[in-house]
Design a protein around this ligand. Structure first.
Ligand SMILES: [Zn+2]
Length: 62
């Protein structure tokens, strides 16, 4: 995994929930908490205008 993927991004990213393995697309700079659509686990939370991703980033979409 590239280091950059761990950082916040202004692009859309595909993340996978650690709990239920659901994959979903979210905006890298989401200003609200992002929950897994399947199990409700928090996948990302806002930290000063950026998102801290808790799930696994699979892909950064251009
Ligand atoms: Zn989940």
């Amino acid at each position: 995994m590239k280091k950059a993927l761990k950082e916040s991004t202004s692009k859309f990213i595909k993340i996978r929930c650690h709990k239920c393995k659901n994959e979903q697309i979210m905006f890298g700079k989401a200003s609200t908490v992002v929950n897994c659509l399947v199990c409700g686990k928090v996948l990302a939370e806002p930290t000063g205008g950026k998102s801290r991703v808790k799930g696994r980033v699979l892909e950064v979409l251009e």
